[in-house]
Write a protein that binds this ligand. Structure first.
Ligand SMILES: *Cc1c(COP(=O)(O)O)cnc(C)c1O
Length: 323
């Protein structure tokens, strides 16, 4: 089996069966203002309304469900201060699988308590002294836990692809699908689903300018990384695409573009004000590419994935008042 076929549409269909009745079928929103501004028909798939506030629940549940009985009994571990942590914690509690999340001790306390609230054991570490991968490895070995990565895993990619599958099934074939990109799990899964259900649909990935590792990797077809990029889109601060997602992105995605920090903030403001939805900075990357004119595709039917809505409200207030 070629590495390009590490995840297929059949895997996404299987994931959709696993998630039926458990993940929400999130709403698709439209806006006359957006359609007029872009001269297109735009459909926003709103994963900010997914359980735990982002699409990450789809992949997490699909991955945990398929562990062996022994792995389920011993439990899983992951490192994340963000949406993957909450997704794993909730999926574990629904499936009765113990979860351990390794987080930096300076992670926002709302995120720590949300993750504990979903039933996970949270282990804090000091960023300046501890390498989180090593700590996670050691804990996994000592406790017999299975490590669940945030994107570079076939069951995670397949789960993430179910959002785009729902979108195309609901609104019909698309000319263009825009998807944000961190480690490329959501982008690969979405591209596989879109190409299977709507073969003429172009799929474009969107990153922050300041974290353009996947865009460079895509254009040069060689592996590029970034180190701790300074972007407000925290879900896209991942250092690079993964071993599984890089070949999938090369094979299924048509183009990659970037957006500025200012574009991200303006788009957040616009979506809060016009669509009346709570969206986080990473969640609006795809919408920013369209609304800021980085992508110009008039007379087209365009899908845009809004990936999440977990944001510290005081941080948003600050962003909006200074913009
Ligand atoms: C994780 C995350 C992303 C990036 O997803 P990848 O699969 O790593 O590319 C984008 N938006 C939100 C809200 C996320 O939580």
């Amino acid at each position: 089996m070629s590495q390009f076929h590490s995840v297929t549409f059949a895997d996404i269909e299987m994931a959709a069966k696993h998630l039926a009745g458990i993940a929400y079928r999130t709403p698709v929103m439209t806006s006359t203002t957006v359609n007029q501004r872009t001269n297109s028909q735009v459909f926003f798939k709103c994963e900010n309304f997914q359980r735990t506030g982002s699409f990450k629940f789809r992949g997490a549940y699909n991955a945990l469900l398929q562990l062996s009985a022994d792995q389920k009994q011993k439990g899983v571990i992951t490192f994340s201060s963000g949406n993957h942590a909450q997704a794993i914690a909730l999926a574990g509690s629904l499936l009765n699988i113990p979860t351990t999340i390794v987080m930096p001790e300076d992670a926002p306390s709302v995120k720590q308590s949300a993750t504990r609230g979903y039933g996970a054991e949270v282990i804090l570490y000091d960023r300046s002294e501890t390498n989180r991968e090593e700590l996670t490895q050691t804990l996994a070995q000592d406790r017999g836990l299975t490590m669940i990565p945030p994107y570079d895993h076939p069951h995670i990619v397949a789960g993430q692809g179910t959002a785009a599958k729902e979108l195309v099934e609901e609104v019909g074939g698309l000319d263009l699908l825009l998807v944000c990109c961190g480690g490329g799990g959501l982008l690969s899964g979405s591209a596989i689903a879109a190409k299977a259900l709507s073969p003429n649909c172009k799929v474009i990935g969107v990153e922050p300018e300041r974290a353009d590792d996947a865009t460079r990797s895509f254009h040069t077809k060689t592996f590029h990384t970034v180190n701790n990029p300074d972007t407000i889109a925290d879900g896209a601060r991942t250092p690079s695409l993964g071993k599984i997602t890089f070949p999938l992105v090369l094979n299924y995605v048509d183009d990659m573009v970037t957006v500025s920090e200012e574009a991200i903030v303006r788009t957040m403001f616009f979506l809060w004000e016009r669509l009346k939805i709570v969206v986080e900075p990473t969640g609006v990357l795809a919408a920013a590419a369209l609304l800021e004119g980085v992508i110009n595709e008039p007379d087209a039917k365009i899908g845009v994935i809004i990936s999440g809505g977990n944001v510290d409200l005081s941080q948003v207030a600050q962003l909006f008042s200074s913009s």
